[in-house]
Each structure stands twice: as structure tokens, then as C-alpha cells.
Design a protein around this ligand. Structure first.
Ligand code: ZN
Length: 301
């Protein structure tokens, strides 16, 4: 169980929702695809760190700030030392030249994961120092995708190649460690300093009226949904979900897309479409949220 879990960012959620409900620009689509890929890679790495048996504290996805510099840590594992991991889900053939990574296909896609992790490590060191901690830090870039190849890879850089991950994790797990109250204090401090609203978000502009309404399948995102008794079924992929769960998903979607909106039965009814009875939606909302106000002024929190 990680000390801090990873959750999908609002940015990724908003882009995914708007991709289903409106026409995104090509750039936004590409950006969404990169974000998704990055997140999937991080989750793949989480599956490996979850298996660790050693004494350690795992903090996933930290966004921190020191001296006006904001930096992100994909995974931080606190053992005797601090282990900083930058997870990259690159796929295909790349080559290394002058500290940079180029895509073998186009030759011009330049990526700088080593510079990125170096800056992250240095910012983390400053942050620790500022709060009176002095732990050694190791930092590595993990290439998680099994279909990633790096030609001309340097030997002396902090890179963990796909073929090395299992061996690395085993070795990491075997190294004995002892945690004390300082380690735990640091973990608590980092979680308390974590910035939940990223300043880097890049989401398209949208408004309630321009988004396509209707309940969507949680698996294939199709709008072809039908309700049969307590079950909401996708006519495209056959996925089934309880009506209640589908309605609650709609509410979460609305709250993410419009953080300041007041959730009402009418609005959820319009957003869901597939559930015909307003009474049924009202009951589901009553059971799961707190109602504020009365009659036509009532909304849910
Ligand atoms: Zn489906």
C-alpha cells in the first residue's frame, strides 16, 4: 500500500471527457494521447513497486515547489536513502546523442529525460535542505515500455532499460533498510506540500451547452447506452454497469468539468439522458450526496 497513491489528474480527466463530448483539435488530441500514455506507464511501474516487501514508504506522483520552481516526481521511494524515479513510457526505437534522445523514425523528436531528472533531483535536494532534512538521493529514469530500444545508450547514466527493470526491483527489494521517525516525518511533509492543482494544465475551452449530452460507456466511451432494470448496458461493447454507478459517474464528470457548478436533479437528468425517470435520478442523488436547499433551489454537495 503506497503512502501516497496516484490518481488520474483533472487535466487528463477533462481532456478525456471533452474528447468524447466535443471535437478536439489535433494538438489537443495528441496531447491527450501523450498524457494517457504517460499515466499508463506510471501505473505499470506502480504495479511493480506495490510488490516490494522491503521496509519503505512509496509516494506516487508528487508536485512540489521550491524557490519558485515547480517540479514533479513520478515515484519517490523512501528507504534509507531517497529514490527518485522518472517513469517514461516511450515506445519504439530511439537513439542517444549529446545527452539527448531522438526518435529513430523521424530523427527530430528530441526528448531530454536525463536533464529533467537532474533538475528534479536538484530541486528535491533544495527542498529537503530548506526543511532541515539531509538524506542521500538517487535518481533514475525508468523506461517502462517493453518495446522501447535506445541505440548508442551510454553506460554511465541513470537509466533503467526495460530489460533491467525486474533485476533492478529484485535487487532494490533485497537491500536491507531501516525506517525511523525522520523518514516518516519527511513522507508526511512531502504529502502536505504536494500541490493538487497543477499550474501546467492545458485543457481546451468548453462550456456546458457545447458538450454532447448522454451517458457514455465507461469502457468504450460510446453513447449507445440502454437501461434494462437496474443495469445500464452498452450496445456497442456489451459492458454492463449498475444504473446507480453510471449516474454517479455522470455526476463526477460534471463536477470535474465544472468545479463550481451546482448539481441538480434536472442537470444530471439532462446529462445522463439514458435514465428517463427524474425521480430515479433524484433517489440516487439523495442516497449519495447531501442535499442543500429546498424545492427548485435544491442542489447536491
Ligand atoms: Zn462500451
Amino acid at each position: 500500500m503506497p503512502f501516497k497513491s496516484r490518481i488520474k489528474s483533472d487535466e487528463l480527466k477533462i481532456l478525456s471527457y471533452s474528447n468524447t463530448r466535443m471535437d478536439l483539435l489535433e494538438d489537443d488530441k495528441q496531447y491527450l494521447s501523450n498524457l494517457k500514455k504517460g499515466f499508463e506507464g506510471e501505473v505499470m511501474f506502480d504495479l511493480l513497486t506495490e510488490k516490494l516487501q522491503c521496509n519503505c514508504l512509496i509516494l506516487n506522483d508528487l508536485l512540489l515547489k521550491v524557490n519558485n520552481t515547480t517540479f514533479q516526481i513520478d515515484t519517490l521511494i523512501i528507504k534509507d536513502a531517497l529514490h527518485f524515479f522518472e517513469v517514461k513510457n516511450f515506445q519504439g526505437d530511439y537513439y542517444y546523442e549529446d545527452k539527448e534522445f531522438y526518435s529513430n523514425k523521424s530523427g527530430n523528436e528530441v526528448l531530454k529525460p536525463l536533464g529533467q531528472i537532474q533538475r528534479g533531483e536538484s530541486s528535491l535536494r533544495k527542498l529537503l535542505h530548506k526543511h532541515g532534512f539531509n538524506f542521500p538521493i538517487t535518481a533514475n529514469v525508468v523506461f517502462i515500455n517493453p518495446e522501447f530500444t535506445l541505440y548508442q545508450a551510454p553506460k554511465n547514466k541513470p537509466i533503467i532499460h526495460p530489460t533491467q527493470i525486474n533485476g533492478f526491483m529484485k535487487n532494490f527489494d533485497r537491500t536491507p533498510s531501516k525506517l525511523n521517525s525522520r523518514h516518516r516525518k519527511l513522507a508526511e511533509l512531502l504529502v502536505s506540500l504536494h500541490i493538487t492543482k497543477s499550474p501546467f494544465t492545458q485543457v481546451p475551452t468548453y462550456d456546458y451547452h457545447s458538450l454532447k449530452k448522454g451517458n457514455t460507456c465507461s469502457v468504450c466511451h460510446s453513447f449507445s447506452m440502454t437501461v434494462e432494470g437496474r443495469i445500464c448496458r452498452c450496445l456497442k461493447c456489451g459492458h454492463e454497469e449498475l444504473v446507480e454507478a453510471a449516474v454517479l459517474r455522470c455526476v463526477e464528470e460534471l463536477r470535474t468539468l465544472f468545479p463550481n457548478i451546482k448539481i441538480t436533479t434536472n442537470m444530471v437528468h439532462e446529462w445522463c439522458r439514458v435514465v428517463e425517470s427524474k425521480k430515479r435520478i433524484g433517489r440516487i442523488l439523495d442516497n449519495n450526496y447531501k442535499i442543500v436547499g429546498v424545492h427548485q433551489w435544491a442542489f447536491y454537495e
